[in-house]
Design a protein around this ligand. Structure first.
Ligand code: CU
Length: 170
């Protein structure tokens, strides 16, 4: 993340805005499972647990033991939605369970951390000429490619500017 805070240009700010933050990720809660039970989320996302049937909870912890600091909310007909917002300082994995059914009704939120230096395409620890060449080699429409730094499914001038804005060691 330090890459983007260091670069004070509007281009870099645009990259941050396009990052997958603030998504709402639905999880249905029925008898007796979370679906999905392994949930990929990023800091700033909201995992929205939605009641389907039964009486359950969404409780942070492992081995039937609430961790005492994380989320702990009920889910039943009278309280059908429970939101968990992933904090910026979340650990890599947040295990949770249902208090009444904790021996088998469990799940995990897997927290994706932002790449430290997305413009370092070759992973050399530095944004340099070889990254620039790699970007230019995939210039044009491009789905899910690393050089598409602003995520618009095309490698173009904005991506080039984003790379130049963080030029140098990561
Ligand atoms: Cu339950």
């Amino acid at each position: 993340m330090h890459v983007w805070t260091r670069a004070a240009s509007g281009v870099a700010a645009g990259v941050v805005a396009l990052a997958a933050h603030g998504e709402i990720i639905p999880v249905s809660v029925s008898d007796f499972e979370y679906s999905p039970s392994v949930i990929a989320a990023a800091p700033g996302d909201t995992v929205r647990f939605q009641w389907v049937s039964g009486f359950h909870t969404v409780t942070a912890g492992v081995d039937c033991s609430y961790d005492g600091v994380g989320f702990n909310g009920p889910l039943y007909a009278g309280s059908p939605v429970f939101d968990v917002v992933i904090p910026e300082d979340a650990t890599d994995e947040i295990p949770f369970f249902c208090l009444p059914h904790c021996s088998f009704m469990t799940g995990t939120i897997v927290v994706a951390t932002a790449p430290v230096c997305p413009a370092d395409l070759d992973g050399s620890g530095s944004v340099d000429f070889s990254d620039l060449l790699q970007l230019l080699s995939v210039w044009g429409p491009c789905e899910d490619c690393d050089a598409d730094l602003d995520g618009d499914d095309s490698v173009g001038f904005n991506d080039l500017l984003a790379m130049l804005a963080v030029w140098g060691p990561c």
